[in-house]
Ligand binder design. Structure first.
Ligand code: CP
Ligand code: NVA
Length: 306
């Protein structure tokens, strides 16, 4: 049977995503209560990182350890992947040994090729286009703090990047409205944008003005202005994004009980002011922790037979 992959949020149905969030909340409670739960005993996760990571690496390794399995960290620096061994061959070989593979890479097409040649489930741990594992954690965090997100208004302020794309996908799957405010030239991918605008009810609106996007919003989200792989544009981006900082003035346009999220790593004084990220509306540390719980729920879903 073909393995089930998680390359984008749309690899799970809306019903499965909601169930996964509930399971993540349960797994968090189990962990907090010190209960041992080892559904992946003797299972091995292969982790291919072509870009840096703190949260993703630690959350997946910890998830496997807590589940009774183990994880192997693989970087291009010390694998043959970095010396030109084809992605397809690497996928064939790794998937004959390990039980599940997680990849963080550049072009999304690389992970699609990898998955097409893998015998075991492949998880997208960030590509230039998508970051679906982060959205599982973000949604868990919202549900824990505020309940259902259906019908709520989320403002994405900043770059139309991989996180923004995944928010567009989440808007459809979780049925919330997403307002995106970004500078000219930094809009999300046209086809992804269209999928969100054309979805029943039109889940996405593109705006230029950050304050208008934040108006009465329930959740304000941002991310770095310079994603991994775009470092040479950093100086230009600092200038182009100057009007898009999430600060107290922007939060003041949102609902008084609005939450603030950021996938991290954050740059205080750039995309977010210190008073917002370190302030009472920020839930970024819960969001980071929930990477662990949400990915445990994902690993269970992909690997444990019901
Ligand atoms: N948010 C996130 O994916 O963080 P890392 O780059 O540290 O994994
Ligand atoms: N958009 C960022 C997210 C990092 C977790 C990047 O791709 O670098």
């Amino acid at each position: 049977m073909a393995p089930r992959h998680f390359l984008t949020l749309t690899d799970l149905s809306a019903v499965e995503l909601r169930a996964l969030i509930q399971r993540a909340i349960e797994l968090k409670a189990l962990q907090r209560a010190g209960k041992i739960h080892e559904p992946l005993k003797n299972k091995v996760l292969g982790m291919v990182f072509e870009k840096s990571s703190t949260r993703t690496r630690v959350s997946f390794e910890t998830a496997m350890a807590q589940f009774g399995g183990s994880a192997i960290f693989l970087s291009p620096r010390d694998t043959q992947l970095g010396r030109g061994e084809p992605v397809e061959d690497t996928a064939r070989v790794l998937s004959r040994m390990v039980d599940v593979i997680m990849i963080r890479t550049y072009a999304h097409e690389i992970i699609e090729r990898f998955a097409a040649h893998s015998r075991v489930p492949v998880i997208n741990a960030l590509t230039d286009q998508w970051h679906p594992c982060q959205l599982l954690a973000d949604m868990q965090t919202w549900f824990e703090h505020r309940g259902d997100i259906q019908g709520k208004t989320v403002a994405w302020i900043g770059d139309g990047n991989n996180m923004c794309h995944t928010y567009i996908s989440a808007a459809r799957q979780f049925d919330f409205h997403l307002r995106i405010a970004c500078p000219q030239g930094y809009e999300p991918d046209g086809a992804i944008m269209e999928s969100g605008m054309k979805s029943g009810g039109g889940h996405v609106t593109l705006m230029r003005d950050a304050a208008s996007a934040a108006h009465n919003a329930d959740l304000i989200v941002t991310d770095t202005w310079t994603s991994m792989g775009w470092e040479e544009e950093q100086e230009k981006r600092l200038r182009d994004f100057a009007a898009y900082q999430v600060n107290a003035e922007i939060m003041g346009h949102a609902k008084p009980d609005a939450l603030f999220m950021h996938c991290l790593p954050a740059h205080r004084g750039e995309e977010v002011s210190a008073e917002v990220i370190d302030g009472p509306q920020s839930v970024v540390w819960d969001e980071a922790e929930n990477r662990l719980h949400a990915q445990k729920a994902l690993l269970e879903l992909l690997l444990v037979q019901k």
